[in-house]
Design a protein around this ligand. Structure first.
Ligand SMILES: Nc1ncnc2c1ncn2[C@@H]1O[C@H](COP(=O)(O)OP(=O)(O)OP(=O)(O)O)[C@@H](O)[C@H]1O
Ligand SMILES: [Mg+2]
Length: 249
């Protein structure tokens, strides 16, 4: 059976404004320089590449946070949710965990949630992300880094999205906590059938987790395929260098 595509990216270009230019038309630079990529239903797609290559820019374009784009992004569902790299800054420090989890339900365009339903959903998600219910009453500063990243994932899952974009969700965490969060993503993927875009500069993690990987460099995709095959026989010089740097080859 042909697998369905949940996202089709066609010749995408993303621009950022240069703030110190007075010349109209020349006051922007291209960061994503023509990317075409398909994301298949139910897969975990890894996006790899060194710092500054445009991974976050690509992710933000998919969720509509980057407005200056050319090309096309066709989405089967329009509910992609993003988990950000830094669990410290992505959660409002003035709000309790329970409030943070319920927030996406209050702005749900498709359903009016009663407070009992919101409470119920928050509890369900706490269980899914492996946190005890008493944390609902705490502030983000009263949680560990790993717990906070679980909450960030929980917030993204509250409205049951079909697509989750995780932008370096473990790179701010220490190694044992990283492993736990990766295990959580794997479980959620299995149990909810959610499609995941997993952004990471860590090729080892991508190897363990992902069905496909796109290796980016300088705003384009250098190589795409099944991690095992790419790691065994990289086609591009650049991928080879990344593998060497990661100690894989
Ligand atoms: N808001 C912005 N305005 C202007 N330039 C930006 C902006 N955000 C990112 N850039 C530039 O775009 C390029 C790609 O940035 P991006 O954040 O997408 O990289 P990345 O691959 O996610 O890197 P990292 O691994 O460090 O997170 C970089 O050169 C960066 O300096
Ligand atoms: Mg980034």
């Amino acid at each position: 059976m042909e697998q369905e595509k949940v996202i089709q990216i066609k010749d995408l270009k993303v621009y950022y404004k240069k703030n110190n230019s007075y010349l109209r038309g020349k006051n922007r630079h291209m960061v994503i320089k023509g990317i075409s990529l398909d994301v298949y239903e139910g897969e975990i797609l890894g996006i790899a590449g060194e710092s500054g290559c445009g991974k976050s820019t690509l992710a933000k374009a998919i969720v509509g946070m980057n407005k200056e784009i050319d090309g096309e992004i066709i989405q089967k569902y329009s509910d992609a949710q993003m988990v950000f790299q830094d669990p410290y800054s992505s959660l409002n420090p003035k709000k309790k965990i329970g409030w943070l989890l319920k927030e996406p339900l209050k702005v749900d365009r498709y359903k009016k949630w009663t407070s009992e339903e919101m409470e119920q959903r928050a509890k369900e998600i706490m269980q899914a992300i492996g946190l005890p219910l008493e944390l609902l009453d705490r502030y983000p500063s009263q949680l560990s880094g790993g717990q906070r990243q679980r909450v960030s994932i929980g917030v993204a899952l509250m409205r049951s999205p079909k697509v989750l974009i995780a932008d370096e969700p473990v790179s701010a965490l220490d190694v044992t906590i990283q492993a736990q969060i990766l295990e959580l993503l794997r479980t959620l993927h299995k149990e909810m059938g959610i499609t995941i875009l997993f952004i990471s500069h860590d090729l080892r993690v991508i190897y363990q987790l992902c069905d496909h990987v796109a290796v980016m460099n300088g705003g384009i995709i250098k190589e795409y395929g099944v991690p095992k095959e790419i790691y065994r026989r990289p086609k591009s010089e650049y991928t080879m260098e990344l593998l060497k740097a990661a100690g894989i080859r």
